[in-house]
Design a protein around this ligand. Structure first.
Ligand code: GDP
Length: 476
């Protein structure tokens, strides 16, 4: 499974079961076709034929409507002309803008891409932050980057709940009628958006929104479960994803191909610390609240979870020196955290004492950035590299309601053990819970988001409340 070996290795499924197009030049973005060679096991999840053909036709749509095309020019010209009617064969778009940390961004981007697939819109991403330092282009022969001279570029930052073009605000002010169709609208889809904003998730509102050429969105949520609760979308989603809990897994592996710089970090760490191990364990430690940092109760919780779930061995209390007759299995533990102390402690524990099973435990943490520094290029690149490294492990422990961990579990097709949120500075009992599915949780404050979904939520055996957020929803 060593990355640098060629020739003798068995042929890998470099197109991930048809998920990826073969239309790219291999060397332009090393991660695109080389990724599968890093996965230690063949992943059991294959994309459905409907998803594969949907993606191929999306790629054609994006090529026809993308930046630089006549269709794009025509559509941007509309923006100068207030309220318009479109005839139906014009291209329609969604503009995605980055909000919050990297995990949040990836979640909202995947959600918006799924919405684009379902509604035959073209997705364009705001490139003013560091997205081009993180990801290669996903669609062949075109670009997903919103051109910098896009007519609304200067307004993007001012879109918020109070903006006159905010859909929820317009609904609230009764400023929407079905005869005048605005050329563009702003959608506000956050964990704390208003009831009117969440009307986006209602069937009848979708009928209206379908006529609007440009939708600009800001979001920090994985709102795929709420899309699943829109009846007309659900019919199609069931065809695209017969295995309901693979939505994020397939779409994230389709969309995200780290740049060569990030991929270099991934492969260097992988080859140095993970590739030779008999087994690998990822532990993602996210400490919310202020002050964040090292806490003994969090350390205790990590140990009690990993030992109770037999992810790590106990320490040999008799302090015997190395027992040579026992297994020499090498287990590599990849810890990621802003704080370096957790992995340091773990490393020391397994150095100072032998493990009760005789396994050799190697502990590694790629970075310890101390504080979140979103939009700093190298910081974000490290975060992305670490998310990928976690996704490559055999077993994974994540922290409650952390989107960073959600991305790793989804990319890797892993059902993690989730560390519960500590209360009153004590390690919770039980310390962790096994996730029901690999899907991210939609971290909403109430579910369903809108009363129009109240009925569907009850009828949906595949949408449940999350393990780590009682009012959040996830696909299972
Ligand atoms: P969430 O806040 O846990 O839901 O995850 P986000 O990714 O949205 O935001 C947290 C941000 O903090 C990340 O994007 C990183 O910039 C940083 N961060 C948090 N945990 C880690 C970590 O384990 N490693 C690295 N390199 N950065 C981290």
């Amino acid at each position: 499974s060593h990355l640098t070996t060629t020739g003798s290795e068995k042929p890998r499924d470099k197109l991930l079961g048809g998920l990826l197009t073969a239309d790219f030049d291999e060397d332009s973005c090393l991660s695109r076709y080389h990724k599968s060679s890093l996965y230690r096991k063949t992943l059991p999840y294959k994309p459905s034929q409907s998803l594969v053909s949907k993606l191929r036709s999306y790629e054609m749509l994006h090529k026809r409507c993308g930046p630089g095309t006549d269709a794009y020019k025509k559509a941007t010209n509309l923006l100068g002309h207030g309220d318009v009617r479109i005839s139906g064969d014009e291209c329609r778009y969604v503009v995605w803008t980055p909000m919050f940390g990297l995990g949040n961004r990836i979640l909202s981007l995947v959600s918006m891409f799924l919405y684009a697939l379902l509604t035959e819109r073209v997705i364009l991403v705001d490139q003013r932050k560091d997205i081009t330092d993180l990801f290669c282009e996903p669609f062949p022969g075109t670009s997903w980057l919103l051109p910098l001279d896009f007519p609304l570029t200067d307004q993007l930052d001012s879109f918020n709940r109070k903006h006159s073009r905010c859909y929820g605000t317009m609904l609230k002010n009764h400023a929407i009628n079905s005869t005048t169709i605005p050329s563009h609208l702003y959608l506000d889809i956050f964990h704390d958006s208003r009831g009117q904003d969440y009307l986006f998730f209602c069937e009848e509102n979708q009928a209206f929104l379908g006529k609007v050429s440009w939708l600009v969105t800001k979001s920090n949520l994985y709102y795929v479960p709420s899309l699943w609760l829109i009846p007309s979308f659900r019919t199609e989603l069931i065809k695209l994803f017969p295995q309901k809990d693979t939505v994020f897994h397939h779409l994230s592996r389709y969309l995200f191909h780290p740049t060569n710089q990030v991929w270099g970090m991934v492969t260097r760490s992988y080859n140095a610390y993970l590739s030779r191990a008999d087994e690998t364990l990822g532990i993602q430690v996210r400490v919310f609240g202020t002050p964040a940092g090292y806490f003994q109760h969090v350390m205790d919780q990590i140990l009690s979870c990993t030992q109770r779930e037999k992810l790590l061995p106990e320490l040999d209390t008799e302090q015997v020196t190395t027992n040579t007759s026992r297994s020499k299995k090498l287990k590599a533990v990849m810890v990621t955290s802003l704080h370096p102390e957790y992995s340091n402690n773990l490393k020391n524990m397994f150095w100072e004492r032998p493990s009760s099973t005789g396994e050799i435990i190697e502990v590694y943490q790629p970075s310890g950035e101390r504080v979140q520094q979103t939009d700093k290029k190298l910081h974000d690149q490290k975060a992305l590299a670490e998310i990928y490294l976690l996704s490559l492990t055999d077993k994974l422990v994540t922290s409650t309601r952390s989107t960073f961990g959600y991305i790793a579990q989804g990319l890797g097709g892993l059902k993690p053990w989730i560390l519960y949120e500590p209360r009153n500075r004590k390690a919770p009992d039980p310390p962790c819970v096994r996730a029901m599915s690999m899907e991210p949780c939609s971290l909403t404050l109430k579910a369903p988001l809108s009363s129009c979904q109240a009925k569907t939520i009850k009828m949906s055996p595949f949408v449940r409340y999350c393990e780590d957020r009682i009012r959040g929803l996830k696909l299972v």
